[in-house]
Design a protein around this ligand. Structure first.
Ligand code: ADP
Length: 467
């Protein structure tokens, strides 16, 4: 089974095309700067060198068309026609309370994703665009939506509610939803494999530290708390997001600096975090470089980032009533030994003893104490592709089952006289074919029976080979 995974953003489309047999990435890439001059396609087939091509890409439809054409390219492509694509998995940022797992996209699901645009106006509309464009360009191909929020739908109310008037939760859906769910889920599964223990017996803290960062508390495979909230702004300090802050700061800024709501939103999402503190960079590599070169504010940003992660680990260890492992993942979590060491510093009281050599070497297990610290790469695209395969498998199965049930219902509606009529009509013209037979029978009985049901009945009577 071959699956195309798409992550459609405002001006970019990221894609991976996977053969699920052996979970091989056949091709991957990105179309960026959609809508502006000098849009860029980056494409990599298997282990081949990345191809870069500047081209005109006015909109998402053109971008996805370009992806499909590239996948079918005579020299660099991996398929001869779109018929080889069995399904498309879409990353959808917000599923609200409507989705706790990945689902097959139909009209109802599409409408629910559209309703969630109010919660993620910068993401969901573009995710939806991708779904609509594929519906058009790949007519009839099944599409699956995988939500960033879905994994966290298992949080109990004491974790997901904010202590504001309850009516606002009911009326406006204001609550913690959590994000990066696809990543926290696959990383927890991989950690359980690494520990050689069943996921449903583990208490894990997963730290997804990338441009956007979040921590999740996972008990027996289920998210019970996470640091991102109503939007991805809450929680950890991030590349450009402030993370947790006193909500009173927002109205104060509006009054004192005469900023609009949008301007405050922009300040907290795009000009804060490591960028805001260092006033130089949102990139952890540059923060560490600056710190090593003696830049005070870079050092401060680094310490603030790690302090916040450490605080959440402590809080979630308490929420979980103890932990079996802390897991690091994503760009920073997977690559920065310095960050990991600083986040775990002083956590010996929780049973976490950093193995400095293992940490520096980039080993999977980086601790010695009773509680494990692990570094596990995330792979959100693979997780979406797996979900897509699973949903499609279930759908085919269910469709098969419901088709059989429908045939059984039709046959149950035939009485003995009708069955005799069927046999007589067949005997009169055995070569007529099921459609023709069906027409004659419906004329006699004043009742329509499907060709499949007729075929099934004739097979049962031994008058026709099994289809
Ligand atoms: P995104 O949220 O965009 O998927 P990533 O998970 O790719 O982000 O993480 C990007 C972050 O990872 C950047 O801050 C980058 O500096 C950091 N990063 C990547 N490699 C390293 C490294 N070797 N050392 C420190 N930070 C790194």
């Amino acid at each position: 089974m071959k699956i195309l995974v798409l992550n459609c953003g405002s001006s970019s489309v990221k894609f991976q095309f996977l053969e699920m047999e052996g979970e091989v990435v056949l091709a991957r890439g990105l179309v960026e700067k959609i809508g502006s001059t000098g849009a860029l396609l980056r494409y990599k087939r298997g282990e081949a060198k990345e191809i870069r091509e500047e081209t005109e890409v006015p909109n998402h439809e053109a971008a996805i068309n370009l992806v499909l054409r590239t996948l079918m390219h005579s020299r660099d492509g991996v398929i001869a026609s779109v018929d080889e694509i069995d399904g498309v998995g879409h990353r959808v940022v917000h599923g609200g309370e409507a989705f706790s797992a990945s689902v097959l996209v139909d009209e109802e699901v599409r409408a629910a994703i559209e309703r969630c645009c109010q919660f993620a106006p910068l993401h969901n509309p573009h995710n939806l665009k991708g779904i609509d464009v594929c519906g058009h360009l790949l007519k009839g191909k099944p599409q699956v939506a995988a939500f960033d929020t879905a994994f966290h739908q298992t949080m109990p109310p004491e974790s997901f509610l904010y202590a504001i008037p309850y009516g606002l939760y009911r009326k406006l859906g204001i609550r913690r939803y959590g994000f990066h769910g696809t990543s926290h889920k696959i990383v927890a599964q991989r950690a359980a494999q690494e520990l050689g223990r069943p996921l449903d017996q583990l208490r894990l803290i997963t730290c997804h530290l990338g441009n956007g960062s979040s921590v999740a508390a996972i008990r027996n495979g289920r998210s019970i708390d996470t640091s991102m909230g109503f939007t991805p702004l809450e929680g950890l300090m991030m590349g450009t997001r402030s993370g947790d802050l006193d909500p009173a700061v927002a109205p104060y800024l509006m009054q004192r600096e005469r900023l609009s709501a949008e301007e405050v939103d922009g300040l907290l999402n795009k000009r804060s975090g490591m960028l805001g503190i260092s006033e130089a960079s949102n990139d952890m590599r540059e923060i560490v470089e600056g710190m090593d070169a003696g830049e005070e504010r870079h050092g401060l940003a680094f310490r603030m980032f790690c302090h916040r992660v450490r605080k959440y680990i402590g809080a979630y260890a308490a929420a979980l009533g103890g932990i079996d492992a802390v897991v690091f993942t994503a760009g920073i979590g997977e690559n920065s030994a310095r960050v990991r060491a600083e986040c775990l510093r002083g956590l010996g009281f929780l049973g976490i003893e950093l193995d400095e050599q293992a940490n520096l070497k980039g080993a999977v297990r980086i601790s010695r104490g009773p509680v494990q610290a692990l570094v596990v790469p995330t792979n959100e695209e693979l997780a979406i592709a797996r979900d897509t395969r699973e949903v499609l498998g279930r759908t085919v199965h269910a469709a098969g089952a419901s088709r059989e049930e429908a045939i059984d219902r039709e046959l149950a509606s035939l009485d003995a006289a009708a069955r005799r009529e069927l046999v007589l009509l067949w005997a009169a013209d055995p070569e007529a074919g099921l459609e023709r037979l069906g027409q004659r029978l419906s004329h006699k009985l004043k009742k329509r029976i499907s060709a499949q049901a007729l075929g099934s009945e004739l097979s049962r009577l031994g008058l026709r080979a099994e289809p």
